[in-house]
Design a protein around this ligand. Sequence first.
Ligand code: LLP
Length: 435
Amino acid sequence: MDHFEYRDGELWAEGVRLADVAQSVGTPLYVYASATLALHLARLTDAFAPLRARVHFAVKSLPNTEVLRLLGSLGSGMDVVSGGELERVRRAGVPMDRVSFAGVGKSEAEIARAIALGVGWINAESEHEVRMIAQLAESAGRRPSVCLRVNPGIDARTHAYITTGTRANKFGVGFDAARAVFDRFARDPRLRLRGLHVHVGSLVGDPSVHTEAVAKILSLADDLDAAGHPIDTLNLGGGFGADYRTGQTPSAAAYAAAVVPLLKDRAARGTTIIIEPGRFIAANAGVLLTRVRDLKPGDAGRTFAVCDAGMITLLRPALYGAFHFVWPVSPAGGLVPKRREPEPPLEGLSLYDVVGPVCESGDFLAQGRPLPTLERGDLLAVFASGAYGMSMASTYNDQPRPAEVLVDGDARRVVRRRETTDDLFRFDTGLGDPA
Ligand code: LLP
């Protein structure tokens, strides 16, 4: 579900005509709909209400300060994975007691900062990190709450690069190691080690994967309770899907149904439950707008539509082979898509490879896609680009990164300006200092 829809043959975001925004702000451009962000946050919050779960938005999916300010104002907490993200949520005015600080390989400086700011939870990835947190907490005279990330050995059956819960993945510690860490640190006065964290992967299409993961950490939590190390926080991670193809993804209710029955008793006894959704909230809340710069014949009757956006703007198709629905903002002949996944052969459509300006053949947004006839200068919308779009954009080939616009009703604001060519040289030092 989102708030991008065709009216009279033109794509709108809430009360804003997207062709107008592209005209005034230029392309490539990310546009986010506040209403969709709010709706998806509310859906998850409502679905997990029986657990009174705290929703910590995964900042890595859409780290725009104004988007974070909006979600924060709607009650969301934040999951951050670096000192940079921590600083961003601070600037967005999100209260620190609603923030969890996670991430593999945290630096000492990042942990010290998280402790000094008083984040709600630090998610530790190893015994070494727990020890470092204890030492830094002692010097700071603080007593942070810590969750230990455990690796449950579960295959989330998603893309290999975003599978995180198997033994082959670098994340967390195994269950036996977890017990040993609690034996060593659960009574340590320098910190409060009372929580477990698990995240088995992203874009998890089968809710029963979450059932399996929760069942496993619940049994570990029970063991730890019994061993005299009471667990008061369970962070279940994120991984809920988004509609890259219409109706493809389980609903918030379906994800909740997979875990709520298992956790209800514990939640009723006072255990804090946290979820960390990124994609579910942000993906369908954004589109990428790009202009067709050139058209030329390709192989097997296809045409290359060379655009001003590509792998530098939206990396997901090139990196994961991900599908993003693409359609013109003002389609020729008023050919408005009924559903967002037309299958060829469709009347009046031709096959296009939608590609970018970068010097690599992997630089594509869509391949062999049936689209209405395109002209140079046409504006295309790449749907479901709100999550892991701008956050993974790069300046490869010395291309400045795009602008971001946040729509709210019929208001639209630039929430990150387009980078300029001058920005590309901000860090050059000439011959600089001796290294
Ligand atoms: N919690 C942890 C510990 C995570 O590692 C992640 C994502 C999340 C929560 C949020 O996951 P989500 O709800 O968004 O699935 N770049 C990839 C996705 C990488 C996800 C990394 N970790 C993509 O574009 O598909």
